[in-house]
Design a protein. Sequence first.
Lengths: 176, 619
Amino acid sequence: MVAEAKKNIEKVFEQQRKFRKVNEIVEKYKYEKSNLIAILQEVQEEYRYLPEEIMTYIATIMEISPASVYGVATFYSQFSLDPKGKYEIKVCDGTACHVRGSMPVYNAIKKKLGLTGSKFTTEDLQFSVETVRCVGACALAPVVLINEKVYSKVTAEAVTIIIDQLLERSGEGEKN
Amino acid sequence: MTEMIKTDLKREFKKAEEYFQKTGMRVLICSGTGCVANGAFDIYEKFLKLGADVQFKKENKKITSVKTGCHGFCEQGVFVSIPDLDLTYVKVKAENVEEIIEKTLKNGEIIEEFLYEDPKTKHKFKNTSEIDFYKSQIKLILNNCGKIDPESIEEYIYSRGYEALDYTLKNYKPEEVCEEMVKSGLRGRGGGGFPTGRKWQFVRANDSDKKYVICNADEGDPGAFMDCGIMEGDPHRLLEGMLIAAYAVGSDEGYIYVRAEYPLAVRRLKIAIKQAEEKGFLGENIFGSGFSFRIKIKEGAGAFVCGEETALIASIEGERGMPMPKPPFPAQSGLFGKPTLINNVETFANVPTVILTGADTYKKYGTETSAGTKTFALTGEVNNTGLIEVPLGSTLREIVFEIGGGLRNNKKFKAVQIGGPSGGCLTEEHLDMPLDYESLTKVGAMVGSGGLVAMNEDTCIVEVARFFLQFTQNESCGKCIPCREGTKQMLNILEKIVSGEAALQDLQLLEELAEVVRFGSLCGLGKTAPNPIASTLKYFREEYLAHIVGKRCPAGVCEALKVIKIDSKRCIGCSKCAKTCPVDAIEGEIRKPFLINQEKCIKCGACAPACPVDAISKR
């Protein structure tokens, strides 16, 4: 019994801790509706995605309907309602990259990570992959971004090597 | 009462000059997005560390490393230039820094290896301004990019920065600024080409206690990065342009709506705003004139439609970025219901130039109806890719063959896609046509924001049209039916065409749909979405027909329509291809030409790399 009560208290604390950061962010933006996008951006940076309960919470404290928060979150492609990987791989599919072969690169990444169909995050939450609109480095096409680091003139072979290196590194990280 | 900062530009210039003289010999390291991807920051750090105690030729001249904006020729990055020696090195890597410091910075020796070499004449250039890529460019807007540190307001002031603002506030009444803009013939660089001065006059004419100035920096066209280059390379120029505009229309609050995909631009803009506030160029009572203006940054969240004025306003207000019917125009009722001026980054960047040179001189660049210069992002299958600036009215030939250095691997020129998903194709017959607003509209293309993607004979034009339509379909906000459903159906048809399942009547349906979507859509996104189809159909109809009737893709791109063939003249009959074929579709006798049985072939292409004499083609 005691153990269970303790566990429950822990849970409440954890919830509070979880929302404290959200409170801070919303407060920083003065609860203003016009800052909703910026708020969601910061929240997503914190959690790597927008969990449903947090969106509802934001709506409650900002005194707007959950639908309008959800509406904004689903409208903009930057927001994700599913967890993203530790390594966020973004394949640029702007015109220049497309013409110089970004799709074979994208397919090679998906194949390498064993992602099929509409799945874009690996089971272990290590990698997620998506195509993005032009990142503005067209002269170096095709371009791949991994956690904001830009890899230029990428080929299907090169990208599998890069992923191997990252796998190795995160493997080492776990050992330490 | 708020504290008044009386800023005197002359005094600031003097300070900037002193700051400049103290820097000694400047080593400029290009830090645009392209060069950063090639390791520019590492090179900068290394120069900073290793160059700290170095003195040029023992002349007591110290070395200062400076991060600059984009040089434009991103293909050749990382650029390292030393203006005092009139010298530019290209393709510099971090491991070359020691050598450059030892030989060039200490002894003034030029290292041949890092000079730009003309691929045709093999001539090496000490100064890049003479090379083909830069020779025919005229840089009015990008002239500071690559020369000054975008994170230093002193460097901007020293390059005559904020002089236009100072001059405007002291010599012009607001309505005179609008007139000057009208006279200059400057037109919106965001795509529409609406006369900038007229737009300002509309906003000015609307009486209101509050007005806004918005800079549209949601550069969403795939294949365009001009605004990115300006914001990263010369952010103060943008601020100065907005300040002059705000004074002209009577606004005291501005927003820069910049897409979140440009983190470096956002960072540099934030630095620039902070510096301008500290100097009193932004804030209350600027230069003691009584005019006040503040700028805030709003980051977008990835929605192409937000480049549309009304959608952008909705997004700044924190809503879903969906467009509204016009009228009312933003000039009447825009952000928070107040009169709002919206211009694109490049338009604002032109403003200080117009004021400094005067409308009459400015008009001399460009053509009768399209004044000034235009930046283009030249990409795709040309030798020299990058950011360029040419007078409006330059020809495509000059851009593709002189600046761009022709097509890569000596392939044949096929077309140029201009203006992104709203634009169209230009073909060989347009090579000598002047690129200006009117001429381009006449042939079904548009200046757009300035993306120029060159394509060669290996590019499938139908696939490109499908690509653009998939883009607009994806980005359609879903508010109006013609765009939401129409683009979807058009995309379906195009997908049928590239997979070889379309019939001739589909083509007719596609053309009908294009007309409906163009006519019935609410905003620019839908209205222009059929453009890539209309223009490719106009110039490459036979390629569509080849896909539909002949069931083949002339460029050999479309997976489903590939026909893999062995060139019987080249084939040496080694049988290597037959051995790699997973379905035994290749037959033949040793030392005689082999043949592919097209009925058995699954078009996997595994045979092509196996051939020692490149006799297998995929089209």
